[in-house]
Design a protein around this ligand. Structure first.
Ligand SMILES: NC(=O)c1ccc[n+]([C@@H]2O[C@H](COP(=O)([O-])OP(=O)(O)OC[C@H]3O[C@@H](n4cnc5c(N)ncnc54)[C@H](O)[C@@H]3O)[C@@H](O)[C@H]2O)c1
Length: 270
């Protein structure tokens, strides 16, 4: 059910790769809620062509950008304000990638060039989006800027590898840039820490099915779905959350506050 709570708002949504992507669901809901936005992804991701389908459904133009490239971001942000006819009210950063995870490097045998790539793609790109947007004066007052994180920023999960460090940096950037943009333009900056979710990025982590099931059993509400995450993103883009900023917001069905659950006890007693 739509309430038109993003009517008149303009934004950029990064990271819709295919129908399973969290950003894909956010785009569909943002469209239903009356927002206008551009869609962006890395040029290499465009080759799959899936994003064109989403663009057609949402009436959104697609502007490729490698989120680690300042030049690409300048073009994307300038083009987006031109296409949308005004400054931006919201941005979704739904971007993550670790070559070390992809190539299944053990944590004691990381490739450091790849480590830097993980940090650049998954964390520094968030800073770059805000820095470029600020320099171009592309954000409206009372805007909302959001990135997606994971609880491995605070606690260790085997095989999440250098993505844990990337998420810790991402969450820290949200606090530091949230302070800056809050003072200058009343813009809020937050991260949502989402449950394990079956997507291309999620299922790329070795043993993902096991920790998906574990998290589901450790959460009184069960794992939060991608659709539920999209609903939460929409609420954070709306005017109902104007005073929420510099937060890492747990969206995990209660996982982060649970020490033990009956479901886990039952599993261990079998
Ligand atoms: N799936 C999960 O279990 C889970 C849990 C918590 C947080 N997250 C986070 O949610 C976000 C979205 O991931 P997802 O699960 O929807 O998977 P996804 O694979 O659908 O999305 C990841 C996106 O990052 C994009 N990307 C990679 N390198 C890029 C670059 N250089 N420039 C621009 N875009 C680039 C990919 O093309 C892809 O669209 C990520 O930050 C991820 O870490 C996912």
């Amino acid at each position: 059910m739509a309430y038109n709570i993003l009517k008149g708002k303009r934004g950029i949504i990064f990271g819709a790769l295919d129908e399973s992507s969290i950003a894909w669901k956010v785009a569909l809901k943002a469209h239903d809620e009356g927002a206008q936005f551009t869609l962006s992804n890395a040029p290499i991701a465009m080759r799959m062509g899936e994003i064109n389908k989403l663009g057609a459904i949402c009436g959104a133009e697609i502007v490729p950008a490698d989120a680690t490239s300042l030049q690409d971001l300048e073009i994307l942000i300038s083009k987006s304000t031109e296409i949308l006819g005004g400054k931006l009210d919201f941005v979704l950063h739904s971007i993550g990638m670790s070559p070390n995870v992809r190539k299944k490097k053990s944590y004691g045998n990381l490739n450091y060039d790849w480590f830097q790539k993980s940090l650049d793609v998954s964390a520094l790109s968030f800073h770059k989006v805000m820095q470029v947007g600020e320099k171009l004066d592309a954000f409206n007052e009372w805007g909302s800027i959001l990135a997606l994180s994971y609880i491995a920023a605070q606690r260790t999960f085997p095989d999440y590898s250098d993505m844990a460090q990337a998420k810790a940096v991402l969450e820290s950037i949200a606090r530091s840039y949230g302070y800056r943009l809050g003072q200058s333009k009343k813009i809020r900056v937050n991260t949502i820490s989402q449950s394990p979710t079956w997507t291309t990025a999620g299922s790329g982590v070795p043993g993902f099915d096991v920790f998906y099931n574990y998290a589901d059993k450790m959460s009184p509400l069960g794992n939060a779905s991608a659709e539920a995450c999209a609903d939460y993103c929409i609420s954070l883009f709306s005017d109902f959350t104007k005073m929420v900023t510099m937060q890492n917001l747990m969206h995990d069905g209660g996982f982060s506050s649970s020490g033990m659950t009956d479901k886990i006890v039952e599993t261990l007693q079998k």
